[in-house]
Design a protein around this ligand. Structure first.
Ligand code: IPE
Ligand code: IPE
Ligand code: MG
Length: 249
């Protein structure tokens, strides 16, 4: 049981997850890719519950990337339908568990039904306090950063800010993720060791955790295993190990 090994005092505040491997999971079972996506919903539920139970305050799930628009149309449509259906169905669970829903990405590019359901759920859960669930939808980090650069340039042109005022804090405030702290831990399933255009700026100092498990097989204990692994690491932020030990004394 990994859950019992978790130190309650150093649980990450924000965990980001690249949910990968649905297609391969389905293929192993001789089914189509959408079967894999449908079976990934249970893993989403388990991850959210697991995170809330140990006191994680923010969970960001990479659900659909800008690049995923290049997939076959049937798969995209199926994913969007699944999204609307799942959001609708899970509002009740989010309310019962005091979890608020948020979204980052080019949301306006989503099909209108999808966008509507999403906004409805965000609105309805907005005063929930226990945990923030952030869905990355039609999201890519380069898209987000380019947008921020454009918005900053416009504000400089319109003399709302001075270029000398640009610093990390200001830049952060132009990102979709401005309201949230940076993730301390990033989990990717399915054995792929890459970031795939996810939160590049925000994970500058995140701990990366990769597991071979395919997303539809990911369960609470897998999440807790990642937390235990995270807690064993020394986060030095450029300092030496000796400096850190001294700081703790
Ligand atoms: C992740 O699973 C879900 C999305 C990207 C929407 P994939 O669909 O990428 O599954 P694999 O990586 O092809 O197995
Ligand atoms: C990343 O997975 C995007 C999501 C999990 C939504 P992909 O399966 O699209 O990433 P690549 O293509 O393997 O890098
Ligand atoms: Mg994939």
């Amino acid at each position: 049981m990994f859950k019992t090994e978790i130190d309650k005092n150093s649980v990450p505040n924000h965990v980001a997850v690249i949910m990968d491997g649905n297609g391969r999971w389905a293929k192993q079972k001789g089914k189509n890719r959408l079967f894999g996506h449908h079976n990934g919903v249970k893993a989403v539920r388990e991850t959210i519950e697991a995170a809330a139970e140990i006191g994680v305050k923010h969970v960001t799930l990479y659900a659909f990337s800008t690049e995923n628009w290049t997939r076959p149309v049937d798969e995209i449509n199926g994913l969007m339908e699944l999204l609307v259906f799942t959001i609708n169905k899970e509002i009740k669970t989010l309310m019962e568990n005091d979890i608020s829903l948020h979204a980052i990405g080019d949301l306006k590019s989503l099909p209108s039904a999808c966008y509507r359901e999403l906004m409805k759920a965000i609105e309805k859960t907005s005063s929930n306090k226990r945990m923030k669930l952030i869905l990355a939808l039609s999201y890519s980090s380069k898209w987000e950063i380019m947008n921020a650069v454009r918005a900053i340039s416009k504000d400089i042109e319109e003399k709302k800010i001075a270029s000398a005022a640009i610093n990390e804090e200001l830049f952060n405030s132009y990102l979709n993720t401005a309201p949230y702290p940076n993730p301390e831990l990033l989990i990717r399933t399915s054995g792929e060791h890459r970031i795939s255009n996810f939160l590049l700026w925000q994970i500058a100092y995140a701990e990366l955790y990769f597991t071979e498990k395919l997303w539809p097989d990911f369960r609470k204990e897998d999440f807790y295993e990642a937390i235990v692994d995270y807690q064993k690491r020394e986060r030095r932020f450029g300092k030496t190990s000796e400096q850190l030990t001294k700081m703790l004394q």
